[in-house]
Design a protein around this ligand. Structure first.
Ligand code: ZN
Length: 101
């Protein structure tokens, strides 16, 4: 009887070890694939990067705010201008898509 229990324990440990190895391998693979699939947080980080003078931004004509093109807070009539022009006009950066240094 004692022997049988020992066998069961050994089997259990084996299952745990195999499970752990497979889990680690899957996790490693998933880690390798990450750069190709970006999470929403990473995309947002990309979009809130600093803007160069000749990057295009979208100005909302109603409240003179400038946005990045893919910002979801753009509403009303807009105009596409380069960043420098937006600043020259006194437009304010959108707090959602533009990060000021
Ligand atoms: Zn915006």
């Amino acid at each position: 009887m004692g022997n049988r229990t020992l066998n069961l324990v050994a089997l259990l440990i084996l299952i745990l070890v195999v499970g752990f190895v497979v889990f680690s391998a899957v996790k490693k693979e998933a880690g390798k694939m990450r750069p190709m699939v970006m999470s929403p947080e990473e995309l947002e980080q990309l979009e809130t990067r600093a803007i160069a003078d000749d990057d295009f931004v979208i100005i909302t004509l109603t409240n003179d705010r400038y946005h990045l093109e893919r910002c979801s807070h753009i509403s009303g009539p807009t105009e596409k201008v380069i960043y420098r022009v937006a600043v020259d006009r006194g437009a304010q950066p959108c707090p959602y898509c533009i990060s000021e240094e």
